[in-house]
Design a protein around this ligand. Structure first.
Ligand code: SF4
Length: 380
């Protein structure tokens, strides 16, 4: 029988990993003397409530920001066996408390620790016939065979980059190697994710596993440009599906407990920039005006910051190409498509509103038939 204390502890200790778009929930469990943390998360299968947990919090690594590191001052250690993890998850799933699993682990020893994750996944998929959402963490130091097996079981796999370069990583985690522990494993994920087709053994999970990673923003002097360049390279070379950005928050009882927190707006502006690059297809060169000479973003929508320096004159809406329309603040992909396809000439701001243009944002950057409106009140 797994104790409720262990279930809660290993779930709470997994909460520092934010590789989903998540919202914390607390669910009261009968007889467990306290709430269990679960997460409402956007996943490739839609929004679902996740049981997010570590297999164990015993770790031999020394990541200076992490409460589970051997150098942190906390000592209580917990561990699931694969049987315990699988049966605990299925009990929560069958009671409809959760709909999916995000399984990670601290690293007692990389290969056995990864094996525990994989055995839990195997039990769930092959023995318990679980067909729902599963996100598995790839541990630094895991083998290529383990990475391949993880991609068979999971909807989503991830390995955290944490920071932007080998030297940055060695400052915050002296026994993790950026290239061999992380980039190498990402390249194995990239190779396996494109060719794997799920077999009968693993059930009806998606045919292509999603690959995500996380960067901690503001942990050791990296600039926003450093972060953006790495993310762009990951999208291009590692075929990453999503990069998650997490503003650094010092955790009590870790060596970095007195380091300053990064402002949350920095994280949010990086998400906006990521969106421009990934969804709006801005090139790396196009986003450069969003950065200061030192490589930092301002606390301003990067699309507006870029438009202010790149629009030499307001864009004539009629006849504009979809690509150029999309670069106007207040015009998203659907609106740009709709405007570019409009058969009738647009003659008023009101007509623009009907296409979905957010007039208050777009106003400084557009013209209609050569005329520019300067105030919302002058729209007809
Ligand atoms: S590997 Fe690093 S980040 Fe992960 S649990 Fe261990 S100390 Fe924490």
């Amino acid at each position: 029988m797994v104790s409720a204390e262990k279930v809660r502890a290993l779930s709470e200790l997994a909460s520092y990993d934010m590789e989903q778009e998540e919202m914390l929930k607390h669910t009261l469990l009968g007889g467990t003397n306290g709430p269990l943390q679960t997460y409402e998360a956007k996943t490739p299968r839609g929004v679902c409530t996740l049981f997010k947990t570590l297999m164990t919090n015993k770790c031999k690594m020394d990541c200076r920001y992490c409460v589970n590191a051997q150098c942190s001052k906390r000592s209580a250690a917990w561990k699931y066996t694969p049987d315990e993890l699988a049966s605990t998850f299925m009990a929560l799933y069958n009671k409809r408390i959760v709909q999916g699993l995000f399984l990670s682990s601290s690293i007692e020893d990389p290969i056995p620790s990864m094996e525990s994750i994989l055995e839990s996944a195997r039990l769930l998929r092959a023995k318990m016939r679980y067909r729902g959402y599963m996100h598995l963490k790839i541990l630094p130091g895991s083998t290529r065979d383990q990475v391949e097996r993880a991609t068979r079981y999971a909807d989503r796999v991830s390995i955290n980059l944490e920071t932007v370069s080998p030297s940055h990583l060695s400052e915050i985690a002296s026994n993790k190697d950026f290239r061999s522990d992380i980039l190498k494993r990402q390249s194995w994920i990239r190779h396996t994710q494109s060719r794997f087709k799920h077999s009968r053994e693993t059930g009806s999970a998606p045919t292509r596993v999603s690959h995500v990673s996380q960067l901690i923003v503001g942990i050791n002097g990296e600039s926003d440009l450093d972060i953006f360049k790495l993310a762009a390279s990951e999208y291009e070379h590692m075929k990453l599906n999503r990069m998650y950005y997490s503003a650094f928050k010092p955790i009590v009882d870790t060596p970095l407990e007195k380091s300053p927190a990064a402002p949350i707006w920095r994280q949010n502006r990086l998400y906006q920039l990521d969106w421009l690059y990934r969804i709006y297809n801005y090139s790396g060169d196009e986003v450069q005006p969003a950065f200061s000479d030192e490589g930092f973003l301002q606390n301003m929508d990067p699309k507006v910051a870029i438009a202010r320096t790149t629009f030499e004159r307001p864009l004539e809406i009629n006849g504009a190409e979809e690509r150029n329309l999309l670069r106007v603040p207040g015009i998203g992909p659907q609106t740009a498509k709709s405007l570019a396809k409009a058969r009738e000439k647009i003659t008023s701001m009101a007509a623009l509103g009907k296409h979905g243009v957010v007039l208050g944002r777009a106003l400084p950057f557009i013209r209609i038939n050569g005329l520019r409106q300067t105030t919302l009140a002058s729209f007809n």
